[in-house]
Design a protein around this ligand. Structure first.
Ligand code: SF4
Length: 728
């Protein structure tokens, strides 16, 4: 572990790492991949597309970062040597996530019968025949489809169509494991579940309140926007239990001065509430606004409803309660409340630190209420900005990869394609896994991602997926999810084109609701297929499957989307016009909200049970990603931004360590109500007392099956655990 005082984000080390990664990929291959007209494959901030591979929607070049280079490095790998598949599965299961990812690109369909101990390379004809046969004979309600945000809007649309043509609404995407709480809360409060701002708004705000997120690692180019807020005299208020070095100082690789001086300050203020207590913190900030009489009375009167009830609700929450839950002093919260009260244009940005709790939706309601109180949404340079993880995860929701479609979209699907609405409600991701665990799922179609390791309660999830009779995976590389949970079940893994290898253009939607067109066209492997072709081939096998044949043409597919989903109408001719666009109706830059009556709504829910109620378990663990990681993909074992050399570590408050008689590097085990993990090294880190940090997915076996009842999202960042020193 490195000395925490020397840690920062960015810096020369990152520049060298990026150059080294590019060198390993080959200068020509990496230059081609990074400059081609394709959307960045990594985070949801968005970059690339028709303006060029390293240009953002404001025309800024080069808008590239370490994460985007890492994502390219995976796709540029040579194919997995065939000799690997001579090894029994039981041997491959010994590999860790990093090793599996670095085997190379998958360039052959792999098939495994139930009970076999090998993944056998087979031909595409064989593979598609098996897939079709299983799909046709599967009972609709015993099937589910799941997608990550890696795939295109086109593949997402045809995936959900396939499920509905089959007769089920069991189709969902990885947002149930990340930002679903955001969508639920924002939709009811302001009528749109996505960001109310565009990238440009970040250039006009005077304050950013950044809560429960670490963009230094996960959305690196956002850091430049935060730094710019500082440079024009604004404030960056960070709310995060962890003192993230990359949010304290970040060395801008493009600035020699920044590199030489050890980086620029990012946060003006840094509040460290206890894990999961943001709801009470936002209430405290709102109380301060009211106390200072800095609420926007005209906005509340003209454009909101339920404001009076909210103020009464706030009144009933005592400062004592807020201090107890957050672990912060009233004066410290008030000081930030005063800063917020002075802001003319404030943007609230947040990540999964707010959503990964059983009260995720309530937390987001509290954040939106705080925003509404001062009228900080519905005007330029202010608003709500959920930081989305994968580059097209938002697009997956927009295109209908979700259990519930609006009645008008479903009606149009019936008109256009003759697909009748399935008769039963669809299941979210956890409900699908529960059904699988109960033995009620015969087939799962999993497009991208690593469902096993993204799920909570890894051992339980392994049993659930093992009980799925037939799993069909579409993927560019192998991951541990493909190698486990299949000892006694049948599975087929199909290799697909990466975004920039697609044979026809595809589209992706960023977290600013900006839809990009990716040209594709790069040829790397000779035996991979576009996802749309595979899904359409499955659709053709259905009794009324003829319409799937014409949807293999992406232009026809996009025209169908445009006719079905009103807000995506500009997709119809995007491949001719090359005009990328913001989805209309989502940028809330005037105080009129798509809620039906034009008013924003204060949403109040009963406060959750005592956050730190007496419990037998003494610590609250949050699971999170490292700097060398993207979602479940591990690119490097070390976490340079937190000074960790490997991932089997638990970070802990230094006083807690002393109280427990622990020394740095000591081995500990952790126990939750769900499971146990052993052999983790404990290190001191700047965290509140009672809070622990561990890497995801290594600590996922501890995460329970308890979900937020409204968003259906597991509480990945609120796991009650005990720790035990290990005897050597
Ligand atoms: S910030 Fe996100 S979208 Fe932008 S280049 Fe980096 S990974 Fe890609």
């Amino acid at each position: 572990m490195r000395n925490p005082s020397t840690l920062k984000g960015g810096g020369l080390e990152k520049v060298l790492y990026t150059l080294n990664t590019a060198r390993k990929m080959g200068v020509t291959a990496s230059a081609k991949a990074l400059t081609a007209n394709n959307a960045c494959k990594a985070c949801g901030l968005g970059m690339g597309g028709q303006r060029g591979g390293m240009t953002n929607e404001q025309g800024l070049f080069p808008s590239v970062c370490n994460k985007s280079v890492q994502a390219q490095s995976t796709d540029i790998q040579p194919e997995i040597p065939r000799a690997i598949f001579n090894h029994p599965l039981s041997e491959l299961q010994q590999l860790d996530g990093y090793q599996v990812e670095h085997l190379g690109r998958l360039n052959t369909p792999l098939y495994k019968t139930a009970g076999a101990d090998r993944l056998e390379p087979i031909s595409w004809d064989q593979a598609l025949a098996i897939a079709r046969e299983r799909f046709v004979h599967c009972v609709p309600e015993r099937f589910f489809a799941y997608a990550s945000g890696r795939s295109s809007m086109e593949a997402g649309f045809i995936l959900q169509l396939l499920a509905r043509a089959k007769g089920t609404n069991n189709v969902n995407n990885c947002s149930y494991f990340c930002h679903q709480a955001t969508g639920v809360a924002l939709t009811q409060a302001v009528g749109s579940g996505t960001a109310s701002v565009q990238l440009d708004d970040l250039d006009h705000c005077d304050t950013v309140i950044l809560a429960g997120a670490n963009p230094a690692s996960n959305h690196p180019r956002l850091i430049h926007k935060l730094r710019a807020v500082r440079e024009r005299g604004g404030r960056v208020i960070v709310i995060n239990p962890m003192k993230e070095p990359g949010l304290v100082r970040f060395a801008n690789p493009k600035s020699l001065r920044s590199l030489a001086t050890g980086g620029d300050a990012i946060a003006t203020d840094y509040l460290q509430p206890k894990t999961g207590s943001d709801l009470w913190l936002f209430a405290g900030l709102a109380k301060t606004v009211l106390h200072l009489k800095k609420e926007n009375t005209a906005f509340l009167h003209d454009h909101c409803e339920n404001a009076d009830a909210y103020c009464q609700w706030l009144d009933a929450i005592s400062w004592q309660t807020i201090e107890r839950h957050t672990g912060l002093a009233e004066a410290d919260i008030q000081s930030i409340g005063e800063a917020y009260s002075e802001s003319d244009r404030c943007i609230f940005a947040w990540g999964m630190g707010l959503t990964h709790h059983q009260h995720g939706v309530q937390t987001l309601e509290a954040l939106v209420n705080l925003c509404l109180l001062r009228g900080q949404v519905g005007k330029a340079g202010a608003g709500l900005l959920p930081l989305r993880g994968h580059s097209n995860v938002q697009g997956m929701g927009s295109i209908g990869v979700k259990p519930l479609l609006s009645p008008d979209v479903m009606a149009k699907l019936e008109q256009q394609l003759g697909i009748a609405a399935p008769g039963t409600d669809g299941m979210d991701t956890m409900a699908c896994l529960r059904a699988a665990h109960a033995g009620s799922i015969d087939m799962a179609l999993i497009m991208g991602g690593n469902l096993l390791e993204a799920a909570p309660a890894t051992d339980w999830a392994k049993v659930a997926l093992e009980r799925v009779g037939f799993k069909l995976y579409l993927t560019t590389t192998l991951n541990r999810g493909h190698l486990h949970a299949c000892d006694q079940s049948e599975q087929l893994i199909l290799p697909v084109c990466a975004r920039d290898e697609e044979q026809q253009p595809t589209t992706q939607e960023s977290m600013f609701s900006f839809v990009r067109l990716s040209d594709g066209g790069i040829h790397r492997l000779n035996n991979v297929k576009p996802e749309v072709d595979i899904l359409a081939a499955l659709g053709e096998s259905l009794p009324d499957g003829a319409s799937f044949t014409r949807l293999k043409n992406h232009q026809t597919l996009r025209a169908t989307i445009a006719e079905t989903i009103a807000e995506l109408e500009p997709l119809a001719d995007i491949d001719q016009t090359k005009t990328e666009f913001h989805i209309p109706g989502r940028h809330l830059n005037r105080p009129h909200f798509p809620t039906g009556n034009g008013r924003a709504r204060f949403c109040i829910s009963p406060l959750p049970d005592e956050h730190d109620a007496t419990t037998a378990r003494r610590f609250r663990l949050m699971t999170a990603r490292s700097e060398g990681q993207f979602n479940t993909i591990v690119y490097e074992q070390k976490d340079s931004y937190r000074g960790m050399d490997h991932r089997r570590v638990i970070l802990m408050n230094a006083d807690d360590m002393r109280a427990q008689g622990l020394r740095g590097g000591q081995k500990i085990s952790l126990q939750s109500d769900q499971g146990q993990v052993t052999g983790f090294e404990v290190y001191a880190f700047d965290l509140p007392r009672g809070c622990l940090f561990g890497y995801y997915p290594e600590t996922n076996p501890l995460v329970g099956l308890n979900i937020d009842p409204r968003s259906k999202t597991p509480a990945y960042k609120s796991v009650l655990v005990d720790i035990q020193p290990e005897v050597i």
